[in-house]
Design a binder for this molecule. Structure first.
Ligand SMILES: C[S@@+](CC[C@H](N)C(=O)[O-])C[C@H]1O[C@@H](n2cnc3c(N)ncnc32)[C@H](O)[C@@H]1O
Length: 281
C-alpha cells in the first residue's frame, strides 16, 4: 500500500495552516487583556501580580457554595438587579444595608465601584469576616419609623429640603437628608442605588425614609449623562410604599417583582424641575 504523504512533504499545503495559526495567535494577543480581565479563560495566562488579586467573583462562588446564609431576596427579585448591573457594569453602585447578599452584589459589578452603607457596627464586623474585600461605611440615622408621617410634613415646610436650597452634604436642617456620609458618597454619581436597609419593621427603628429621600435627591441632581436606577426592597410595608411614591415617583417605576420596585430616574431638568413642586415627581 502506498504510504500517505504528510503535508510537510508538500510545503505549499502548510501555508493556510500557518496563516490560520498566526491569525489565531494575533487574535489571542489582541484579546489577551480582555480575556484575562473579563473572563480569565486560560490557565497560566495571568501575571504573578494579577494572580495575587483574587477576583471578587471567585470569593463569591466559594462563599455561596459553602454557606447556609443565603440572601433574603427571592431569586426573581435578585434577577432584577442582576439584569440592571449586567447591562451597566462597570458602574457606580451604592447599597443601603449590609446582608448575606452583599458579596453577591459586589461581585455583580466587575471592575466597578460598589459601596455599602450600614448602621449596625456589629453587623459590619460580622459581614466583613465573611466578605473582607467589600467596601462598607457606617452610617448614623437620626430618623425613627414612628416619625415617618411627621417627616413628610417637615420636608414640605423646611426650605433646605427643596430647591433652590436643597443640598446633601452638611445639610443638617433637612431631617430627611443623610448629611454626614463619607465625601466619596457625595462626590460620586451613582448609576445604581439599592435600598435594602436600614431596618424598618418596628417603630423605634430608623426606617428607610432618609435612604429613600437621599437616593431620590442623588438621582435628580445627577449631572453626568444617563439615568439613575433605584431599586427598593420591602415595598410590602406602608412607609416604603408611601415614600417611594412621593420621592421616587410612580411615573419612574419600571418594574415590580415580589417585594421589589425598580425605578429609572432621569436628572431634574434645569429649566422645569428645579421648582419645589416638580423636583421629585
Ligand atoms: C432587610 S436587611 C437586608 C438583608 C439583606 N438583603 C440580605 O439578604 O441579607 C436590612 C438590615 O438588617 C440588618 N441585618 C440584616 N441581617 C442581619 C443579621 N443577620 N443580624 C443583624 N442584623 C441584620 C442590617 O442592619 C441591614 O442593614
Amino acid at each position: 500500500m502506498k504510504p500517505r504523504r504528510l503535508p510537510l512533504d508538500r510545503p505549499w499545503l502548510a501555508v493556510p495552516l500557518v496563516v490560520a495559526v498566526m491569525i489565531a495567535m494575533a487574535f489571542l494577543v489582541v484579546n489577551f487583556k480582555l480575556v484575562t480581565t473579563k473572563a480569565g479563560l486560560f490557565c497560566g495566562t495571568t501575571s504573578a501580580i494579577e494572580r495575587n488579586v483574587i477576583p471578587i467573583q471567585l470569593h463569591a462562588v466559594l462563599h455561596y457554595a459553602t454557606t447556609r446564609d443565603i440572601p433574603q431576596q427571592s431569586t426573581a427579585e435578585i434577577r432584577v438587579s442582576f439584569d440592571v448591573l449586567f447591562s451597566l457594569y462597570p458602574c457606580n453602585f451604592l447599597v443601603f444595608g449590609l446582608g448575606h447578599d452583599s458579596l453577591m452584589w459586589a461581585s455583580f459589578n466587575p471592575n466597578g465601584f460598589t459601596m455599602f452603607l450600614e448602621e449596625d457596627p456589629n453587623w459590619i464586623k460580622t459581614v466583613l469576616t465573611k466578605a473582607p474585600n467589600i467596601r462598607v461605611y457606617p452610617v448614623g440615622y437620626k430618623t425613627h419609623l414612628y416619625d415617618a408621617k411627621n417627616l413628610l410634613a417637615h420636608y414640605k415646610a423646611e426650605p433646605n429640603c427643596l430647591p433652590p436650597k436643597l443640598h446633601l452634604q452638611g445639610n443638617t436642617k433637612c431631617r430627611l437628608v443623610l448629611s454626614d456620609l463619607p465625601n466619596e458618597v457625595y462626590d460620586k454619581e451613582w448609576d445604581v442605588i439599592m435600598i435594602d436597609g436600614p431596618k424598618g419593621y418596628l417603630p423605634d427603628l430608623p426606617g428607610r425614609m432618609a435612604a429613600i429621600y437621599t437616593a431620590a435627591v442623588m438621582a435628580r441632581m445627577r449631572t453626568r449623562p444617563g439615568v439613575t436606577h433605584v431599586i427598593l426592597h420591602d415595598v410590602n410595608r406602608k412607609v416604603e410604599r408611601v415614600y417611594a411614591q412621593r420621592f421616587l415617583c410612580r411615573k419612574y417605576l419600571v418594574k415590580a417583582v415580589g417585594r421589589l420596585w425598580h425605578f429609572v430616574i432621569p436628572p431634574a431638568s434645569k429649566d422645569q424641575d428645579l421648582t419645589p413642586n416638580t423636583f421629585f415627581c
